[in-house]
Design a protein around this ligand. Structure first.
Ligand code: NAD
Length: 433
């Protein structure tokens, strides 16, 4: 396979200058159905994090978009990059052109992707703890970004995201995030119904992200502390943010969308019954969020084998009730007696692709979408719930955004460096910082 050198200076100039010229017009808003886009220039993709979702997200982009090509990959090991190239190369003829020299490894491999002048757009799908810094550096490097959720796991990362959002708007580069429900038709239509008054005024809501478990990876011989923690990243809060941030952020994001923004405070509880001793994660959390106007959200997430799963969102209004089912379960509105008055179907697989179409269309139209703040707000809403539960305190949005010093990212990150032993939070003992 050939490395791609930029043989089309006009193309590159177009992708950069049209974006810069017109970005403020639509920045921060979702641009749907940009069929009118004039430009069809090739968009060249680099990917950082070639695991399950990285491969899936890239597959979605290559499936839905014409004239896109993946040209570089970074993961911790070469084998992951090669695997991604092999899997997607077989599926997408002509759209996978990763030279051997464009497979980068190690903790600084992502920087090689950002330095590559052939890369227009970078997909980030590493463990979330890396995300704020990776996004910020990508924006500085002038790249368009697709960032998987959550985009931060602590207030320090949130502030990095806000700065990166502003910088991308200034530079006219796009940032789309992996909160696919924002692009799923039954979610979009249900939120529109609610906004249009179909359930009257919102009083309260319940939202659940309850399942039967998640993977755990045992330490292998000769692994350093850092290497093991990244290998088993889900179970370290600095890397995953715990279940409420890593997974449940999907439904928290949907609730922020319904409520029109972030909550004012959170109070909650939870614990761990079934996690392996070395996991830092809790396996259940129950959080009461209060949104402006004294609207409450009762939120629950759980990963306990043998328990009953539930992934639903229910919004109670003065006139009716909106039910938004996760995945492809559809939405409906009932009156207060339970009679269905409005249904809508929607497929998550379409939403996963739509986010990549919107991103590429927006770049080509010179109207890059910048939606990082919205997803950073939802990620921090998850963190707000986690901090309230971990400490046992009522915690406000204002405290977390303006005063909290919580910064989980290691001061010096090195592959062989020792890391503190895992510890899990204990309400009443874990400090609010
Ligand atoms: N939108 C969705 O529905 C959805 C679904 C699944 C996962 N995700 C998100 O995608 C992200 C990845 O999850 P996953 O399930 O693919 O995990 P995974 O463990 O399968 O993949 C992560 C990959 O990142 C690599 N990696 C780790 N640190 C890295 C670094 N510093 N630089 C480069 N590569 C690094 C790992 O080696 C691994 O290959 C998470 O943020 C997760 O929440 C989103």
């Amino acid at each position: 396979m050939n490395t791609h050198h930029d043989s089309q200076p006009g193309r590159r100039t177009f992708l950069k200058t049209t974006a810069a010229a017109s970005a403020p017009l639509l920045a921060g808003r979702v641009v749907r159905g940009q069929e009118a886009a004039q430009d069809t220039s090739e968009v060249r993709i680099g990917i950082v994090g070639a695991g399950g979702r990285g491969t899936g997200a890239l597959n979605d982009s290559l499936t839905i978009n014409d004239n896109v090509k993946v040209v570089a990959v970074a993961d911790l090991t070469e084998q992951k990059g090669q695997r991604l190239r092999d899997i997607l190369g077989r599926k997408h003829e002509g759209k996978v052109a990763i030279d051997d020299t464009a497979i980068h490894t190690g903790l600084d491999g992502y920087q090689k992707v950002l330095e590559d002048p052939n890369v227009d757009l970078v997909i980030f799908a590493t463990p979330p703890g890396f995300r704020p810094r990776h996004i910020a550096e990508a924006v500085e490097a002038g790249k368009h970004v697709f960032a998987e959720k959550p985009t931060c796991v602590d207030p320090a990362g949130y502030r990095i995201c806000l700065a990166a959002h502003e910088e991308a708007e200034k530079r006219g580069t796009a940032i789309v995030t992996g909160t696919q429900y924002r692009r799923q038709i039954n979610y979009i239509e249900a939120v529109k119904q609610i906004r249009d008054g179909a359930i009257g005024d919102i009083i309260s809501a319940t939202s659940r992200y309850c399942s039967t478990g998640i993977w755990f990876k045992n330490r292998q011989e000769d692994m350093s502390d850092t290497e093991y923690q990244i290998f088993n990243w889900m179970h370290y809060v600095w890397l995953s943010g715990d279940q409420i941030a890593e997974q449940a952020v999907h439904n928290i994001d949907a609730m922020n969308w319904v409520m029109g923004g972030a909550p004012e405070s959170a109070y909650g509880s939870g614990g761990r019954f079934t996690r392996p001793e070395t996991s830092e994660m809790w396996d259940s959390m129950s959080i009461d969020y209060v949104y402006p106007g004294n609207r409450t959200l009762s939120f629950m997430c759980r990963q306990i084998p043998g328990s009953t799963g539930d992934n639903s969102n229910t919004i109670y209004g003065t006139e009716g009730i909106a039910h938004i089912g996760a995945m492809s379960q559809g939405s409906k509105i009932t009156d207060r007696d339970g009679k269905e008055i409005w249904p809508k179907k929607g497929r998550i697989s379409d939403a996963y692709k739509q986010e990549h179409k919107d991103l590429v269309d927006s770049i080509r139209a010179g109207q890059p979408i910048v939606e990082l703040k919205q997803t950073a707000d939802s990620s921090l809403t998850a963190v707000l719930g986690r901090v309230a539960a971990y400490t046992g305190r009522r915690v406000t949005w204002e405290f977390l955004t303006e005063q909290s010093q919580l910064d989980l990212y290691p001061e010096a990150l090195d592959w062989t460096a020792p890391r503190p032993e895992s510890q899990h939070a204990v309400p009443g003992q874990t400090k609010l910082v």
